[in-house]
Design a protein around this ligand. Structure first.
Ligand SMILES: N[C@@H](CCC(=O)N[C@@H](CS)C(=O)NCC(=O)O)C(=O)O
Length: 204
């Protein structure tokens, strides 16, 4: 049995989305990142010594780090659904885009989201939000250009590469980050987010 720990309003969302795409039965433990007692519980720390969500338990196998979880699930269970790329070359591209979105986009976009929408008004720092908006221009241009002549990142269909990147870039919407100047990115993002599996994951 597969178990995924973490509420959908967190980085666990991207793994719930992958589980819904894969279509296997799984158990969802909606552990909240604000539940410090739950995260510090020795039984949870034994699974994830970082005390963070998400964590995946697949039989005896335990994994943390959301992107690693998704690459694992796609590789092991996502072949029939076309989620795993076709060749070592396009696998390499899936790793590339997954690492890229974590290192080039995630932190800056989360900072914009926190300081524009999530933090109580008194704790928001508009300058920090503006600075990070600026840092995002270059990587978002890179993604927009990569999508300029294709519908999906690799192999001409929706794969783990699209899911991992779209799950992070989707924060642009609640952050009210304008995507108008990135038309190819914007069309691709809407297409990824319209998938039924994404919608099911959101309501977990
Ligand atoms: N790089 C990790 C980050 C995990 C992470 O920071 N999760 C947050 C929720 S989105 C968390 O558990 N925060 C609780 C805490 O830091 O105390 C991943 O992608 O899985």
């Amino acid at each position: 049995m597969i178990t995924l720990y973490g509420i959908s309003a967190s980085r666990a969302f991207r793994c719930l989305w992958m589980l819904e795409e894969v279509g296997l039965p799984y158990r969802h433990e909606p552990l909240d990142y604000r539940d410090k007692a739950g995260l510090d519980d020795p039984s949870y720390r034994a699974l994830n010594p970082n005390g963070r969500i998400p964590t995946l338990v697949d039989g005896d196998h335990v994994l943390w780090e959301s992107m690693a979880i998704n690459l694992y699930l796609a590789r092991k269970y996502g072949g029939d659904a076309g989620l795993w790329p076709d060749s070592p070359e396009t696998e390499g591209l899936a790793w590339q885009w997954s690492f890229w979105v974590m290192t080039e986009v995630e932190h800056a976009l989360l900072t914009v989201l926190m300081h524009r929408r999530v933090l109580p008004e008194a704790k928001r720092d508009p300058e920090r939000a503006t600075r990070n908006e600026g840092l995002l221009r270059q990587p978002l241009r890179v993604l927009d250009q990569a999508l300029g002549d294709r519908d999906y990142l690799v192999d001409g269909r929706f794969t783990v590469a699209d899911l991992n990147v779209a799950a992070v870039v989707s924060w642009a919407k609640p952050a009210r980050y304008p995507l108008k100047e990135y038309p190819a990115l914007s069309a691709w993002l809407n297409c990824c987010l319209s998938r039924p599996a994404r919608k099911r994951a959101q309501t977990r």
